[in-house]
Design a protein around this ligand. Structure first.
Ligand SMILES: CC(C)=CCC[C@@H](C)[C@H]1CC[C@H]2C3=C(CC[C@]12C)[C@@]1(C)CC[C@H](O)C[C@@H]1CC3
Length: 378
């Protein structure tokens, strides 16, 4: 297991930083306006804090000390990543921060929802169960799963800005009686042992410094007989850590996606068992023979266009689209409309997109390794 130490939590400090950086932008409906409305000095502080882990640390020269430093600051690293990336995600993707399988002609949001329903189905979630969503983002999946399964969900994550937006969206959809949110470090959750009937995590536990650590914490808060379902981000068996090209892809994904340490499939399977789960299901859904790959919206390849509505999605990821976006954001920074660091963040996300697509095409990486595990009855 990767060695790790728990980061000391300071909820008041984080709340104060959120207030300073995001101000009232959490109430902004349009994520573009939310993005340009940040406090400039605080944004610079978040950029410095995040990129200190990546600048001048190419994959060829990466040492175990560098990787350990990231793992040691997993919570701060991830919190600042989402301080910088949340508006871009909402602007350029949706309120469900995950990938999904696509069927031909299927609308983008429909496919995202189907992926959420599939997890709920495989976990056999039932009406009024008490469920925890670990790493809930702005609550898109939680709202969908509440509506689909009738469960009561608590969304938990480490970013105050996301929690504030998630709370507002739930209220707007009239779901506050079934859905609430709490902020904290998922490696040390403020819940007693045996609290939840079910726990799920959608592309979130990859932010943990250790999979065994996070799965053990989830096991602790689950009631005996309770179920845990996860879509995990993992490097596949084909990933070779001694191959410089493979390492470059993994590092690009880690840097562009706020991940301190991404593991291989066998590590995740061992971690589930070591945590105490009885594994009921495990499958790499990226291995299904789908005509449209999970990474198509990031590929910039117009051959994947299903309807005219896909054109803007694809064109912004082409070489020209990216160049234009890079210059546009740069110009906004120069004239003082966008805070400094917006372009650096956007470029880092673009690099992540390239590495995700390369990882997907070369079958080195999956964002949808499905595992369902049960905590044995006492
Ligand atoms: C980080 C983890 C564990 C999960 C998030 C998965 C995805 C929702 C994101 C991964 C890469 C992101 C990118 C964008 C949106 C959200 C992701 C797909 C953009 C499309 C947002 C708009 C930017 O201009 C380009 C981004 C590329 C990467």
């Amino acid at each position: 297991m990767s060695t790790f130490t728990l980061e000391k939590q300071d909820l008041e400090r984080d709340a104060a930083f959120k207030k300073a950086l995001h101000g009232k932008t959490a109430e902004e409906k349009n994520s573009f306006f939310a993005m340009i409305g940040k406090d400039k000095a605080s944004q610079q502080a978040a950029v410095d804090e995040y990129f200190k882990h990546w600048d001048n640390k190419a994959s060829g020269e990466e040492t175990e000390e560098i990787r350990k430093a990231r793992r040691d600051e997993y919570a701060t690293l991830t919190r600042h990543y989402y301080n910088l990336a949340t508006d871009l995600y909402e602007y350029g993707w949706a309120q469900s921060f995950h990938f999904c399988r696509f069927s031909k002609g299927e609308a983008f949001r429909q496919a995202l929802a189907r992926h959420e329903h599939y997890l709920a189905l495989k976990m056999n979630l039932q009406e009024n169960m008490k469920v925890l969503d670990v790493g809930c983002g702005v609550g898109g999946p939680a709202r969908e799963i509440v509506k689909f399964s009738g469960v009561n969900v608590t969304g938990f994550n480490n970013n105050d800005y996301q929690i504030e937006r998630a709370t507002q969206y739930a209220k707007k959809e009239g779901l506050s009686h079934k859905l609430d949110f709490a902020k904290g470090d998922f490696m040390q959750m403020p819940y007693g042992d045996n609290t939840f009937d079910a726990v799920y995590a959608i592309e979130a536990t990859v932010h943990a410094p250790s999979l065994e650590g996070i799965y053990s914490e989830i096991f602790r808060v689950l009631k005996p007989g309770g179920v845990f379902g996860v879509y995990e981000w993992l490097m596949t068996d084909a990933y070779d850590n001694d191959n410089p090209h493979h390492r470059e892809i993994r590092l690009g994904i880690e840097q562009g996606d706020g991940i301190s340490n991404m593991e291989k499939i066998d590590v995740a399977l061992d971690a589930m068992k070591a945590a105490g789960f009885k594994l009921e299901l495990n499958e790499d859904l990226a291995d299904r023979p789908d005509e449209l790959p999970w990474y198509w919206p990031l590929s910039g390849e117009l051959k994947y266009m299903q309807s005219v509505w896909d054109f803007p999605t694809l064109v912004r990821m082409t070489h020209w689209g990216r160049g234009l976006a890079h210059r546009f954001v740069g110009a906004l920074e120069v004239i003082g409309v966008a805070p400094k660091g917006t372009q650096k963040t956007a470029d880092s996300l673009a690099k992540a997109a390239d590495c995700l697509v390369a990882g997907g095409k070369e079958k080195l990486f999956t964002p949808m390794y499905l595992m369902v595990g049960r905590k044995p009855e006492a």
